[in-house]
Design a protein around this ligand. Structure first.
Ligand code: PLP
Length: 397
């Protein structure tokens, strides 16, 4: 197997390359328009104008009002602000949170901490074998103490898209704030907050060809929220801290660019994904696609290979110049099976053989074909060495 002629990046769910047009938009705000957006002089006012233009632009894409946009330092902070902010503001009303069992740790660990240390009760909704939440389960989980529902828009490991508008309708009928972690959906799926029936929506720039370290939280006007970070009155008093103007400009520009080319991009990337999925399933026996067959992110191809460790596949791909990811998270030195895959009902032993390939703007048919030319050999070599693997019985015996 010879190395790819150029590095092939297939880990766009982890992060993306910053679009040079985004860098270009950001640059003047480091050295030319560098004022503090809260200062009253011209330097500050120029930065403030740029900040508010970025806010209007982002709000426009979400069909929201600019005052409903809170800029943050990342997707994790946006999720924390939404969940802790609403939970803390609603203490007099109740102490029950509803979320799904396949959320990103930014949501799961926040809910767990609220339960462990702050007296909240959390319902973790099950998902079906494709990773979908049943909206009826949301309705059934609501009780008189429920103060927040949080269900992610699209899953970061298997790419499954949730019925957000339906869940939001149920939440709205019951008058309960509904948060969605849209970090993986941003740049690909519609972010129209009214059509989605959401009250809070978290985004992160680095998943959509923007810089790392900047995100936003949409918060529908009137949704109860207590700031988690106190200080100055920035971001309508909801997120203290001098605004990072260049990065916010980068986030807004990345969003604009993503939605300018969204439809054609999605179609191109989905066709690469389909080529990858059908090629892998045809060439490698005892392999399954994880996540929903259709309702999934256009760039996500995730698999389980019987009898191999996903980590070993990753290392072999890396040696050939391919960057990919497995669904497993390393916890205190041992590789735990992913909570997402186990929630899909997959046996823990099988979950270790997971591989996530996430395509992006720079990938080509040649990249996909190169992966298809090397992956079957890697898997069969690893299976030949694996004590975990047994060949299926030959047909007719
Ligand atoms: N939520 C989801 C679904 C994610 O995939 C990620 C990042 O991987 C985050 C939240 C956290 O975003 P950030 O890296 O900007 O903190």
């Amino acid at each position: 197997m010879s190395r790819a002629t150029r590095p092939i990046y297939l880990d766009h769910a982890a992060t993306t390359r910053v679009d040079p047009r985004v860098v270009e938009a950001m640059l003047p705000y480091f050295t030319e328009v560098y004022g503090n957006a809260s200062s009253v002089h011209t330097f500050g006012r120029d930065a403030h104008d740029a900040l508010e233009q970025a806010r209007r632009s982002a709000a426009g894409l979400l069909e929201a009002d600019p005052e409903e946009i809170i800029f943050t330092s990342c997707g994790t902070e946006s999720d924390n602000l939404a969940i802790r902010g609403v939970a803390n503001a609603s203490r007099g009303k109740g102490n029950h949170l509803i979320t799904s069992s396949i959320e990103h740790h930014a949501v799961t660990h926040t809910c767990e901490q609220l339960a462990k240390h702050f007296g909240f009760e959390v319902t973790y909704l099950p998902v079906d074998s494709y990773g979908r939440v049943d909206p009826d389960d949301v309705g059934r989980a609501i009780n008189s103490r429920t103060v927040l529902i949080s269900v992610m828009y699209a899953n970061n490991e298997v790419g499954t898209i949730q019925p957000i508008a339906e869940i939001g309708k149920i939440a709205r009928e019951k008058g309960i704030p509904f948060h969605t972690d849209a970090v993986q959906a941003g740049g690909t799926l519609s972010l129209d907050v009214d059509a989605l029936n959401v009250d809070l929506l978290a985004l992160s720039a680095h998943k959509l060809y923007g810089p790392k370290g900047v995100g936003l939280l949409y918060r529908r006007r009137g949704t109860p929220i207590l700031p988690t970070q106190t200080g100055g009155g920035h971001e309508h008093g909801l997120r203290a801290g001098t605004e990072n103007v260049p990065y916010i400009i980068g986030l807004a520009r990345a969003l604009e660019l993503a939605y300018e080319r969204c439809e054609s991009n999605n179609a191109r990337i989905a066709s690469l994904r389909d080529r990858l999925v059908s090629g892998v399933l045809a060439a490698i026996p005892q392999t399954q696609l994880t996540g929903h067959p259709h309702d999934r992110l256009p760039n996500n191809a995730s698999f389980l290979f019987d009898g191999v460790e996903g980590e070993s596949i990753l290392l072999n791909l890396d040696l050939l110049g391919i960057g990919a990811s497995s669904g497993s998270a390393c916890t205190s030195g041992s590789v735990e099976p992913s909570h997402v895959l186990t929630a899909l009902g997959l046996p823990a032993a099988q979950c270790h053989g997971s591989l996530r390939l996430t395509l992006g703007n720079d990938n080509t048919v040649e990249d996909v074909d190169y992966v298809l030319s090397v992956l079957p050999g890697i898997v069969s070599k690893l299976r030949a060495m694996s004590p975990l693997y047994s060949e299926p019985p030959a047909k007719g015996h």
